[in-house]
Design a binder for this molecule. Structure first.
Ligand SMILES: [Zn+2]
Ligand SMILES: [Zn+2]
Length: 218
C-alpha cells in the first residue's frame, strides 16, 4: 500500500465515522397529501431521511435533499430534487406535522451538518449569545413586519413578530450582504433575499464584523 492509498483509507474511515455518528431522530408524523394525509414514522438517520406510512414509503439520501424548511418545532418540509413516490406524483416538497417540540436544537445542529447545504428555519432554536441587536422592519412587497436582527459569532438571527418570518442565517450560507444606505440592509442566501429598514444605524465596526464573516471567513 502506498502512502497515498493509506491516506485514502484513513480519510474514508474518518468520513464514515463522521456521517454515522450521532443519534437517529424518529418522529410520529402526519404526512400532508394534496388531499388528506397519512400517518407514519419519519426518521432522520445517518444516511438520510425516510418516511414509512401504511400506504407508501418515501426515502431520501441526504444528497437528494435540496433543502429543509422548518416551519415550527413541529412542522417540517423536505424539499427534494425529485420525487420517488408514484402516489405523491411530481411533488418535490413533502410536509410533515409532528408532535409539539419534536424539532430540537440537537436535531437542527446535526441535520444541517448532514445535509451540508443551507436549510431554512423559521423557528428560532436556542442560540448563542449575540454581540449586537438592531430594531428593524423586514420589507415585504407591500408593507413589512417588525422585528430585530441579532448579530452573533456564527450567525444572524432575525426575530420577527410575524409567524414564519423569523430566520437563522449562518454566515457561511450568506452569499451577499449590502448596506445600500445607512438605514437599509440587504442579505441573500441561495434560498432567499431579505431587505431590512434599520430603525437605528448599523455602526461601521459592526458592519465590518459582518462583512468579514461573510466574505473573509477564517
Ligand atoms: Zn403519505
Ligand atoms: Zn417579514
Amino acid at each position: 500500500m502506498t502512502a497515498f492509498q493509506g491516506l485514502g483509507v484513513v480519510l474514508a474511515l474518518l468520513t464514515a465515522t463522521a456521517s454515522a455518528s450521532g443519534p437517529d431522530f424518529s418522529f410520529e408524523a402526519r404526512h400532508d397529501h394534496f388531499l388528506g394525509s397519512c400517518k407514519g414514522k419519519l426518521v432522520f438517520s445517518a444516511g438520510g431521511a425516510q418516511f414509512e406510512g401504511p400506504k407508501h414509503r418515501l426515502s431520501w439520501d441526504y444528497r437528494n435533499i435540496q433543502s429543509l424548511d422548518i416551519l415550527s418545532d413541529r412542522q417540517i418540509e423536505i424539499i427534494s430534487y425529485e420525487s420517488r413516490s408514484w402516489q405523491v406524483g411530481r411533488d418535490k416538497r413533502f410536509r410533515f406535522d409532528l408532535p409539539p417540540e419534536s424539532l430540537t436544537k440537537d436535531f437542527f445542529d446535526l441535520v444541517r451538518v448532514r445535509i451540508g447545504r443551507p436549510i431554512r428555519t423559521r423557528y428560532l432554536f436556542p442560540s448563542t449569545v449575540y454581540r449586537a441587536q438592531l430594531a428593524v422592519r423586514h420589507r415585504h412587497r407591500l408593507g413589512g413586519c417588525q422585528g430585530s436582527l441579532k448579530i452573533a459569532e456564527d450567525r444572524i438571527i432575525f426575530e420577527s413578530e410575524e409567524a414564519l418570518h423569523s430566520r437563522i442565517w449562518f454566515y457561511r450560507d450568506i452569499q451577499t450582504m449590502a448596506l445600500t444606505d445607512p438605514f437599509q440592509f440587504r442579505l441573500s442566501t441561495p434560498l432567499e433575499t431579505h431587505t431590512f429598514d434599520l430603525k437605528e444605524p448599523l455602526v461601521e465596526s459592526l458592519y465590518r464584523f459582518i462583512w468579514q464573516k461573510v466574505y473573509r471567513p477564517e
